[in-house]
Structures are given as structure tokens and as C-alpha cells.
Design a protein around this ligand. Structure first.
Ligand code: FAD
Ligand code: NAI
Length: 477
């Protein structure tokens, strides 16, 4: 625990996902001696079974889809199709390259990577069990827990990795299923539904709630639902899936029972089913009690605005704590926790301008408050919307079904929220995030000169619309 002890680490970071490895690098930049412990793969869920592989697949599926629909632009490609095994090989190559990059960065910054599973023995001591070889013990002054999350199980529908899959299984397949049931119409479910439909699978989404994505702006949600329908992705809401009791599960197809809110049961036969009904924090095997810590009722580690747990020398960040399960939240918190550990008392997590994106087609992205949240917070609001049908750039991309909506305080004009449905929404939201971070007004966005023709012009037009002055949209006086 001190310079003279056997393993004198100043900080042990547990978990090398986008929370843990980012924190480890920042701690090393601050001159601290850091050990980073990872039981599985550097980069965590995000790099290996989450953000990166899913976006690689989504991108490739969009190329195929674009080729299929390009004849109206006079581009004629005979029978475009996918070699799925090759696609997955390319996706693995992207992961491999990025993993190498992270390992290099860790090495260059002097972070010591220790491979094995960590568990607390005492508040200042960890045991690390490697896949092979001897168990280590590590002592440290500070700990940062960044162990992430795992898919939630669905009672009665056990994932077997063969026909009943979790998202990691889905992203590791080597053959494309002809049909896919997606159980859970959340972020993972909808992104994968869209990608696999574009690749050629017949997709059905089963969602227990009455609607999908309840936290998304209702107009943006409608645009996505229209797109699902156009693609013939069957969306069944108010439906819970189970294994069909009377159907044989030994043939080539899996038969699911779908129980709707009215008590009616129908069956659905598919080649594969993806279970994506949420994720749970990885806290169970950390020995937290021996570190003097307890989780909340959902298994998350409670922390303050500096990511400090109730033990002052133990911090926790990312999916293992409450908040949106997003890679950039984990990284942001990693930077804040690192600053706090290095002695910066003012470091604090700021979620006001935390963007979120759903990589469907169209993409959805948001930052700040929705209209309902702003009103609930007691703000009088003004809304400015600009449809992408009126955007020259969107039409040159054959992608006019979308919109940009800005929400501002009616009194001060301060930008409170932005909601986008359309191509590159996940990239476009960065401008709104910066504006909110800087405390900009809608007028600031409206007066910023935007290059033409570009998609970001739609943010400028939405800001103008908020003041009833849009140029490319007629607004009744
Ligand atoms: P993780 O990335 O889960 O990393 C935790 C690491 O800790 C893992 O490597 C694990 O092996 C290790 N670990 C766990 N326990 C121990 C232990 N006891 N000892 C040692 N090591 C341990 N987010 C986005 O922002 N954008 C996206 O586009 C996006 N897409 C996603 C797509 C999918 C399919 C999924 C599943 C998730 C996606 N996410 C996305 C969410 C994102 O992946 C997570 O929010 C992010 O990975 C959380 O980072 P983390 O560092 O907290 O945890
Ligand atoms: P989720 O919470 O987004 O969605 C789960 C859905 O499953 C919910 O709509 C829920 O109502 C539904 N559900 C629950 N039980 C059900 C049942 N028995 N039958 C049918 N539906 C049921 O969780 P998901 O999709 O697993 O994703 C986990 C997290 O990963 C997300 O919260 C998100 O933060 C993160 N993620 C982020 C991405 C991004 O930023 N683009 C992409 C993918 C994941």
C-alpha cells in the first residue's frame, strides 16, 4: 500500500473497458503508478462485443442496403449480397486493430496491465486470479472499479448460444440466420433488428411495453417506427416472449410463444432469437463486502459526483454505477475519477450535455432535456423543428425522412435540448452538445454560419424556426 510494500500501486483500476482504460491512462498522465486489471479482453464490452462490432455490422449492412436501393439513382448492381463469414472476419479485424492501439497506449503511458479476475480481500488488497498461473495479491492506496455490465437473463428463456442468443453470441455468428426474433425493443434490439434486416434476415421485434424507446422524443420515435414498417420489420409491442410449451424445439426452428396484454398467445417460429432486455452491473464476484462496500437493490455501486464510493479510497465508474449505460459516460467518469484521485477537489461529473445515440436507420440522437422534461423542470419552453425533407443535403443523400428539434427556454433563449432523427444524427448531435455545454442560446446556433450543403444546416434552421424565422420552411405568422 505504500512505496515500501510489495506491490506499491497508487491506483488499481479493475476492468479495462472504456471507463477503466481511459481512467488508467489519465492517472498515468497525472504521474501516478497504475495497475489495470482485466479478466477478459482489453477494451471491454464496448470494443469487443458492443459499440464497435455492432457499428461495424451496421455500417456494412447499410452499404448493402444502399446498393440495393441505388437503381433509382441510375446505379445498377446485379444481385448485391453478403458473404457473412467475411463480414464478421472484417469486423474482427477492426476490433483487433483497436485492441492493439489501446495496448500500445497503455504501454506508452507506463500503465501496467495485469490479466486476471480481481476480487477484494480487504479494503486495500485485491486477489487477482489469472486464466493460467499463480494467483497474485495487489495492495493499493486507491481503487477504481470499472467492471461494466452483462446481459440480463429472461426467466424461462435461457440463452444457449446456439439458437437463443445474447448480443455477444449474435455478434460472433458466422452464418446469417434467415429469421431472427429480437426479444426487447430497446437500443440493442432495434439496432440489431435494423442491421440484420438490411443483411437479409426476416426480423420480428417483441417488446413488452406498449411502445419502444419511451425516453426518446415522440416525433423522433414515430420516424423510426415508420422506417421499421417500411423495412417490413415486424414490431409487436405489449408482448412478452416465452418458449412455446407444445412446440418441438429440436427441429431447425425455435418456437416462441408471444403473450400479449390482452392475454392472447400466438407462436413465432424463427431460426434464432436474440434476448436483449437490459443489462445488469458486474458486482457479484468482486468481494465488495470485504472492501466495506454494498450495492444498491439493483446491484449498482452507489457513488457521489466524483464517482467516490462510501469508502473514500474506492471509486466506481461506468456501467457498474447508476446512469445511462453508455461508453462515453464511462470514459467521462473515468476522467473525473482520475482527477479526483489525483487530488482535484473540483472535478465532478456533468451529465447536462451527455449525448445519446441510437444507430438505427434513421439514426436517433439527443442531448439535454426533452420537451416533457423541460416543462417538468418548470421551464417555459419554445420549440423549433426543421424537417429533413427541406434539407438539400438530406435529399442529395436520399434521406429526407427525419427532423431536427431544438428546445430552448422561452425567457432566456438558453438551449435546453436537441433531438434528431436522420442520417448521421449521432455525429450531428455534437454541435448541440457543445452549445449546451457552453450555455449557448438558440440565437447563437442560428447565427453560426454553417457550410452549405450540409446536414448541420438543419440545426441552424431549427434554431431559426424556434424564433419563427426559418428560411427554408414556411411558418404561419
Ligand atoms: P465494460 O466495457 O463492460 O468493461 C468492463 C471490463 O471489466 C470488461 O472488460 C470485463 O471483462 C472487466 N471485468 C469485469 N469484472 C472484472 C474483474 N472482477 N476483474 C477484472 N476485470 C473485470 N455505448 C455507447 O455509448 N455507444 C454505443 O454505440 C454502444 N453500443 C453498444 C452495443 C452493444 C451491443 C452493447 C452490449 C453495448 C453498447 N454500448 C454502447 C454500451 C457500452 O458498451 C457500455 O456502456 C460500456 O462498455 C461501459 O463501459 P465500462 O468501462 O463501464 O464497462
Ligand atoms: P434497454 O433497456 O435499452 O431495452 C430493453 C428492452 O427490453 C426494454 O424496452 C424493455 O421494455 C424490454 N423488455 C424487458 N423485458 C422484456 C420481455 N420479457 N419481453 C420483451 N421485452 C422486454 O436494454 P438493451 O437493449 O439490452 O441495452 C442495454 C444498454 O446498452 C442500453 O440501456 C444502452 O444504454 C446500451 N446500449 C447503447 C447503445 C448506444 O448508445 N447506441 C447501443 C446498444 C446498447
Amino acid at each position: 500500500m505504500t512505496e515500501s510494500s510489495q506491490n506499491p500501486w497508487q491506483v488499481c483500476v479493475i476492468g479495462a473497458g472504456p471507463g477503466g482504460y481511459v481512467a488508467a491512462i489519465r492517472l498515468a498522465q497525472r504521474g501516478m503508478r497504475v495497475a489495470l486489471i482485466e479478466k477478459n479482453a482489453v477494451g471491454g464490452v464496448c470494443l469487443n462485443w458492443g459499440c464497435i462490432p455492432s457499428k461495424a455490422l451496421i455500417h456494412a449492412a447499410s452499404i448493402l442496403d444502399g446498393l440495393r436501393g441505388a437503381d433509382k439513382m441510375g446505379i445498377l448492381v446485379d444481385n448485391p449480397r453478403v458473404d457473412f463469414a467475411r463480414l464478421m472476419g472484417w469486423k474482427d479485424g477492426v476490433i483487433h486493430k483497436l485492441q492493439g492501439g489501446i495496448r500500445q497506449l497503455l504501454g506508452a503511458h507506463g500503465v501496467t496491465l495485469i490479466e486476471g479476475e480481481a476480487e477484494f480481500l480487504t479494503p486495500h488488497r485485491l486477489q487477482v486470479r489469472p486464466a493460467q498461473g499463480d494467483v497474485l495479491t495487489l495492495d493499493a492506496e486507491n481503487f477504481l472499479i470499472a467492471t461494466g455490465s452483462s446481459p440480463q437473463a429472461l426467466p424461462g428463456l435461457a440463452v444457449d448460444g446456439q439458437r437463443m442468443l445474447d448480443v455477444r453470441d449474435l455478434l460472433s455468428m458466422t452464418t446469417l440466420p434467415a429469421s431472427l426474433a429480437v426479444i426487447g425493443g430497446g437500443v440493442i434490439g432495434l439496432e440489431m433488428a435494423m442491421a440484420f434486416s438490411k443483411l437479409g434476415a426476416q426480423v420480428t421485434v417483441l417488446e413488452a411495453l406498449e411502445d419502444i424507446l419511451p425516453d426518446i422524443d415522440p416525433d423522433c420515435r414515430q420516424i423510426l417506427k415508420r422506417a421499421l414498417k417500411r423495412r417490413k420489420i415486424s414490431l409487436k409491442t405489449g408482448v412478452r416472449a416465452g418458449l412455446s410449451p407444445d412446440a418441438s424445439q429440436s427441429g431447425p426452428l425455435l418456437t416462441l410463444s408471444c403473450l400479449d396484454d390482452a392475454g392472447q398467445t400466438t407462436s413465432l417460429a424463427v431460426e434464432k432469437a436474440l434476448v436483449a432486455v437490459g443489462r445488469s452491473p458486474n458486482t457479484a464476484s468482486l468481494g465488495l463486502a470485504r472492501a466495506g462496500l454494498a450495492t444498491d437493490e439493483r446491484g449498482f455501486i452507489p457513488v457521489d459526483a466524483q464517482c467516490r464510493s462510501r469508502s473514500a479510497h474506492i471509486f466506481a465508474i461506468g456501467d457498474v454505477t447508476r446512469g445511462p449505460l453508455l461508453a462515453h459516460r464511462a470514459s467521462h467518469e473515468g476522467l473525473v475519477a482520475a482527477a479526483a484521485i489525483a487530488g482535484d477537489g473540483a472535478a465532478s461529473v456533468d451529465t447536462r450535455a451527455m449525448p445519446a445515440a441510437v444507430y438505427t436507420d434513421p439514426e436517433l440522437a439527443s442531448v439535454g432535456w426533452t420537451e416533457a422534461q423541460a416543462r417538468a423542470a418548470g421551464r417555459e419552453v419554445r420549440i423549433g423543428s426543421f424537417p429533413l425533407q427541406a434539407s438539400g443535403r438530406a435529399l442529395t443523400m436520399d434521406a429526407g425522412d427525419g427532423l431536427v428539434k431544438l428546445i430552448a427556454d422561452a425567457q432566456t433563449d438558453e438551449l435546453l435540448g436537441a433531438h434528431i432523427a436522420g442520417p448521421h444524427a449521432a455525429d450531428l448531435i455534437a454541435e448541440a452538445a457543445l452549445a449546451i455545454e457552453l450555455g449557448a442560446s438558440a440565437a447563437d446556433v442560428a447565427m453560426t454560419v454553417h457550410a452549405h450543403p450540409t446536414l448541420p444546416e438543419s440545426l441552424m434552421e431549427a434554431a431559426e424556426a424556434l424564433h419563427h424565422q426559418a428560411i427554408h420552411l414556411y411558418q404561419k405568422p
